[in-house]
Design a binder for this molecule. Structure first.
Ligand code: ATP
Ligand code: MG
Length: 421
């Protein structure tokens, strides 16, 4: 074993698991196409300013979780902790405002947050991220929520809970902040130290605190929903109506304030009962002030990010189907030097014809080769020995039925082509 190990909080996604991930990406890209979202690849690092301004100085992500370093040119660079800010940066930088609105983009890739590693929480983790940028229509919010659920439905996830809330906007949020401060003032001394800190800087976040005492103290806190301006209330009603129209079950959660400052109006989360403490598979919402926060023209947007590790964990726990495991179609087995050379040729012919095939490169016994064929799930074994060399044939064995037949190479390809489903 190497004495250098992977850093704390990161994981290798080994082949035994990566095929499950491939299934999640495949289903996501199908749903993306169904909903008219186009894939975009964005950089893994950005100027630190993009996140400090776009995610918000008072959030956990910016305060405690970012991987920030100075590059050799003296610039402050940060490994992306999330994708929305980069999506909006790219929208602005590439003049996407000139396209049909909303511009619907999706991406999948690793994010980086310096967090305490535990089950379902890593320092490098993958997100599926979908964003619809350019319109304020509540139907777009509903489309985004339904899109995330459609991915989960097609993956076979069950028992998911959808929670929604509205966090208001710069018109109504300041007054609501005061309402929350007034409500908490008598209890200030009993809040946890982080929440005492939040009281002045970002009191909404206190509603989101996991500390049991803070939770108890905020049990009867006033809801944002009772303090929205007319525009935000109308928008929220539009979202509720749209979700009902699509038969989406949801509940309202006044504690859903989201960690991120640029969120406006709709906030939502999808939770799984099968994940333990890290139970959010997906979070999202509207961020109508993000573009301005990073120096662009006011541009509304809405989107979500779903954690791939948590999706796969939930699917495993629920025994969901990941589709067929990748397997070999044909294993080419040979005995003797000459037949091994012929086998290498046959292997190439099979591969060029589009069959996944493999052979032994260690001069092992036929018995050992058959064992490998079995382990790799090969449907057929193509045997080449002295006899086959003489008669310019191969012996094709069906691994399921055990049936064998002697065929020329041409016949073999023809037969396999017919057998291909
Ligand atoms: P949490 O409350 O679990 O910290 P969050 O609000 O920080 O979540 P978001 O920023 O909304 O999470 O990210 C969207 C999704 O990304 C989460 O719902 C979760 O599935 C996943 N996620 C977030 N942080 C991590 C992490 N450190 N490790 C694995 N997955 C994560
Ligand atoms: Mg977090």
């Amino acid at each position: 074993m190497s004495s250098i190990k992977a850093p704390r909080g990161v994981r290798d996604i080994l082949p035994a698991e990566s095929w499950k991930w491939a299934h999640v990406f495949k289903v996501s890209s199908e749903v993306a196409r169904n909903f008219g979202y186009r894939e975009i690849h964005l950089p893994v690092f950005e100027h630190t300013e993009l996140f400090s301004r776009g995610v918000g100085e008072t959030t956990d992500v910016v305060e405690k979780e970012m991987y920030t370093f100075t590059d050799r040119g003296g610039r402050s660079i940060t490994l992306r902790p999330e994708l929305s800010a980069s999506m909006v940066r790219s929208y602005l930088e590439n003049g996407m405002a000139r396209q049909q609105q909303p511009v619907k983009l999706w991406s999948a890739g690793p994010m980086f947050r310096y967090e305490r590693p535990q089950k379902g929480r890593y320092r490098q983790f993958w997100q599926l991220d979908f964003e619809a940028i350019g319109l304020q229509n509540p139907h777009v919010d509903v489309e985004v929520i339904d899109l995330s659920l459609e991915i989960f439905r097609r993956l076979g996830l069950r028992g998911l809970e959808v929670k929604i809330n509205s966090v208001g906007c710069p018109v109504c949020r300041p007054a609501y902040r005061d309402v929350i401060r007034d409500f908490l003032k008598p209890h200030l001394g009993r809040l946890c130290s982080s929440c005492q800190d939040r009281y002045d800087r970002n009191p909404l976040r206190i509603l989101d605190c996991k500390n049991p005492e803070c939770k108890a103290l905020t049990e009867d806190a006033p809801r944002t929903l009772d303090h929205l301006c007319d525009e935000c209330r109308e928008h929220f009603e539009g979202v509720e109506k749209g979700l009902r129209l699509l038969d989406v079950e949801f509940s309202i959660d006044k504690r859903l304030v989201r960690g991120l400052d640029y969120y406006t109006k709709t906030a939502y989360e999808v939770l799984s009962g099968d994940l333990g403490a890290q139970n959010a598979v997906c979070g999202g919402g509207r961020y109508d002030n993000l573009a301005e926060a990073i120096g662009g023209k006011p541009t509304p947007g809405v989107g979500f990010a779903a954690g791939v590790e948590r999706i796969v964990l939930t699917m495993e726990q629920q025994g969901c189907d990941f589709g067929p495991q990748p397997a070999i179609d044909v294993y080419v087995a040979s005995a003797g030097d000459e037949s091994r050379t012929r086998a290498f040729e046959v292997l190439q012919m099979l591969r060029r014809a589009g069959f996944s095939s493999d052979m032994d490169f260690q001069n092992r016994s036929l018995k050992a080769q058959f064992k490998t064929a079995n382990n790799t799930g090969a449907d057929y074994v193509c045997v080449i020995g002295d006899e086959e060399l003489q008669s310019k044939t191969v012996t094709l064995k069906d691994m399921e039925s055990g049936e064998q037949q002697s065929l020329t190479m041409e016949e073999t390809l023809e037969f396999l082509e017919k057998a291909r489903v």
